[in-house]
Design a protein around this ligand. Sequence first.
Ligand SMILES: [Fe+2]
Length: 231
Amino acid sequence: MNRRTLLSQGLVGVAAFFGTRPGFGYPFHILARRADPITLPKLPYDRNALSPYISARTLDFHYGKHHAGYVRKLNAGIKGTPWANKSLEEIILGTAEKAPKIFNNAAQTWNHSFYWASMKPKGGGEPSGKLKSAIEASFGDMDAFRAAFLKAAGGLFGSGWTWLVKNEKTLEIRQTQNAGTPLVDHRLTPLLTLDVWEHAYYLDYQNGRKAYIQAWLDHLVDWEAAARRLG
Ligand SMILES: [Fe+2]
């Protein structure tokens, strides 16, 4: 199974999740006025579903303002350019280190969609099966993984993302600053991500980033989604 297949299969269950474009079956009146090429995906759960660990108010701002804002700015940036006919992933790969304004909004659009799909109500706990074995082989045991993830996410300076990725046969924790995304590294398959921009946790935890990371690991992280992406 190649990485591209893994990426798409990793998003089973959130198929409507990533930037999509109108296609066959689209109502003609919408085609006629040409909808924005990249759409804000629907949240895969109710706005209250992650409470109390991530509140409805945080989701209203994070999804409804920040994520929606990246999508809106991306559409404005690609309008009338060749990127308007490309997929979100093609835009990210094609603009990396070349067109930072478009890249930043495209990568943030993708990263946020992946973040929503990295957690679920009543998540947390521990993975099982092949994923658990892979974590134990790469980090030693679950406690060591947890400590490494907490250290990485808690220590990331400024804004960015902490990822669990597959790199060849091993799993790694990676950090990206600002809009950075492991999608641009063809060797990596993202399995999970945690948004550690302050806007992800400030309303619920103020500056308590560590408490946010712990709550995410204990109660929200979607190990089953990560296992599907691992294949
Ligand atoms: Fe965010």
